[in-house]
Design a protein around this ligand. Structure first.
Ligand code: RIB
Ligand code: CA
Length: 310
């Protein structure tokens, strides 16, 4: 079993990714730590609790930062994810409340308690991860790796010609996280835009496994409408899922390594850069994903969501 923490802003593609992780027999999700982005942090936290209930999971849930480190917050993405973050589809209220520790505190505590074992998967703006680094810089040496959905290196951005939403929402946090000395693998739009979940694909999952499939299918309708009107795609890009799929199947991805950086002001704010590696051999490797086996991703997602693992 791989131990993971998911830092997230649920969010429809976050929900698709979280349900995969909570259904996966080889993943132990220790915690969902929540951040603003697709919705406000309080709603992200409530959504994470509801998803745990839907998937019958006892993963810890903690609430995190409610705004970026430096910049004025951007508006939430209700035009992409609906005003409740789930395409205006309602899940039953959760019976439990979040942990008393903040997201950053919980991340540090769990990494300290499980040295070398935790993969930190971040699929929202990187504020909580930057705050965890500030709280305990030593976590860089104790985490197994950090896997991020964010940025774009060879493709256009989705919130500006240069930037992807998660990085654009807190470019200063992203810069800190990119520059920390820990093994980092970044899944940007370069790979996440290679996969589409169509209506028919999600219909099939819902028919095979109504829980959580029906909720995911219904929530995704709003997200698919958005993609359809903006990009004329019949389906949606499950961005956040790519980070989870990498944790379970790194062999399906092509990676490039180098130095990572983020532009934090001006017209290109949020732009992510990969430059030639000048790091010493003792420093942790930074990689980006450039290609993915999309057939394998689609097959695996269906298998995990429809099997009776748990
Ligand atoms: O750009 C895609 C990312 O932005 C995903 O994490 C999605 O959930 C949104 O937050
Ligand atoms: Ca997200």
């Amino acid at each position: 079993m791989k131990k993971i923490i998911i830092d997230t802003d649920p969010g429809i593609d976050d929900a698709l990714a979280i349900c995969y992780a909570l259904s996966h027999p080889q993943l132990q999700v220790l915690a969902l730590t929540c951040v603003y982005g697709n919705v406000a942090t309080s709603l992200a936290t409530d959504n994470a609790l509801r998803l745990c209930e839907l998937c019958d999971s006892s993963a810890l849930v903690a609430t995190g930062a409610s705004q970026p480190l430096t910049i004025t917050p951007h508006p939430v993405a209700d035009f992409v994810h609906g005003s409740n973050g789930f395409g205006n589809v309602t899940l039953p209220e959760a019976s439990r409340t979040p942990e008393s520790l903040s997201a950053a505190e919980l991340i540090v505590k769990l990494i300290d308690e499980n040295p070398g074992e935790i993969t930190l998967v971040a699929v929202g703006p990187l504020t909580n991860i930057a705050l965890a680094l500030e709280l305990s810089p030593g976590i860089t040496q104790k985490v197994a790796s950090v896997v991020i959905m964010g940025g774009t290196f060879h493709r256009e951005g989705n919130v500006s010609p240069y930037a992807e939403a998660n990085i654009w929402n807190d470019p200063h946090a992203a810069k800190l996280v990119f520059n920390a000395d820990w093994p980092l693998i970044v899944h940007g739009l370069d790979v996440t835009r290679q996969i589409t979940f169509s209506r028919e694909y999600l219909d099939h999952i819902a028919a095979e496994k109504p829980v959580p499939g029906t909720f995911l299918r219904n929530a995704a309708e709003f997200y698919i409408e958005f993609y359809n009107s903006r990009d004329s795609i019949n389906g949606c890009c499950p961005h956040d899922h790519l980070a989870l799929a990498y944790v379970t199947h790194p062999e399906w991805f092509t990676l490039e390594s180098g130095e990572l950086d983020v532009i934090t002001d001006g017209e290109q704010t949020g732009r992510t850069l990969l430059t030639q590696n000048t790091a010493s051999s003792t420093q942790a490797i930074k990689q980006i994903a450039t290609d993915v086996d999309s057939e394998k991703i689609l097959e695996d997602y269906t298998d995990i969501l429809t099997a009776n693992h748990r």
